[in-house]
Design a protein around this ligand. Structure first.
Ligand SMILES: Nc1ncnc2c1ncn2[C@@H]1O[C@H](COP(=O)(O)OP(=O)(O)OP(=O)(O)O)[C@@H](O)[C@H]1O
Ligand SMILES: Nc1nc2c(ncn2[C@@H]2O[C@H](COP(=O)(O)O)[C@@H](O)[C@H]2O)c(=O)[nH]1
Length: 236
């Protein structure tokens, strides 16, 4: 067996994919992510937040729950890949574990709001695979947020107001997956991941699945989306 040496270095592992799921609160990002990633060894980034834990949430699992002072200290030390305020609280993605995972070839998934996703796009450029998760309508989004029963009526209204602005930004992201039928949305997320991996390979190494995924993602490319369609979602 050949050993690693300066003249014979170990082959470099391709970097993992950085996949960013974004979209309105309550659209189903978390639900979709759990289904999509259940059989995969992907690095899911645990965010920091200053909001209060909900019943059942565990520090270090759903979020790292911190004080505003702790959050701002980390931000001032450039400890976040991105961070944003969302309806009165700070949320941010710690940068170090992400870089480490990408370097060792592991795919990384972020689940964040739209302002943070735009920061990732700015900072990471084409490397970031940005997927906007779209609700079938604002009425259905309200139903989901109300049904989840984690927010007061006042906070639901604030999240819905923010959602209207967020949905109007959907065309800025590479893909738009509509989360009406959860199983179809999961299949589309799998296709995005496979197509993006295929794009890193030489064409002659593509499998039939790579070709199929690359064709399938054409249907969820954001260039298919018109401004009129976005307005239809926010007014329905
Ligand atoms: N395709 C779907 N059809 C019907 N209900 C759904 C669907 N996807 C998710 N839901 C429901 O919508 C609610 C909100 O889902 P979830 O908490 O996953 O949203 P989220 O986008 O992660 O929210 P947040 O951004 O606030 O964390 C949950 O009660 C979930 O069961
Ligand atoms: N910009 C960021 N947004 C984040 C991050 N972690 C979560 N989020 C998003 O915030 C809202 C509200 O979340 P909730 O848990 O209070 O319902 C939602 O859209 C999350 O996706 C982050 O690190 N950065």
């Amino acid at each position: 067996m050949m050993s690693d040496s300066p003249s014979n270095p170990a082959p470099k592992v391709p970097r993992g994919l950085l996949i960013v799921m974004t979209g309105a609160s309550g659209v189903g990002k978390g639900t979709l992510r759990e289904q999509w990633l259940k059989d995969q060894d992907v690095f899911y980034s645990t965010s920091w937040t200053t909001r209060e834990p909900r019943e059942g949430e565990v520090n270090g699992r759903e979020y790292v729950f911190v004080t505003p002072e702790e959050f701002l200290t980390k931000a001032s030390q450039n400890g976040f890949l991105e961070h944003a305020q969302f309806v009165g609280n700070h949320y941010g993605t710690p940068i170090e574990p992400i870089e480490a995972a990408l370097e060792r070839g592991q795919d990384v998934v972020l689940e964040i709001e739209v302002e943070g996703a735009m920061q990732v796009k700015e900072r990471m450029g084409e490397e970031a695979v940005l997927v906007f998760i779209m609700p079938p309508s604002l009425t259905e989004l309200r139903r989901r947020l109300t049904g989840r029963a984690t927010e007061t009526p006042d906070r639901i209204e604030k999240r819905l107001t923010r959602a209207t602005d967020e949905i109007r930004e959907a065309h800025r992201f590479r893909y738009v997956v509509v989360n009406d039928d959860l199983d179809r949305a999961v299949r589309e997320m799998r296709a995005v991941q496979q197509a993006e991996r295929a794009a890193q390979k030489r064409r002659e190494d593509w499998t039939p699945e790579d070709y199929a995924a690359t064709e399938a993602v054409q249907r969820v490319h954001s260039r298919n989306l018109s401004a009129a369609e976005l307005e239809k979602v926010v007014s329905s």
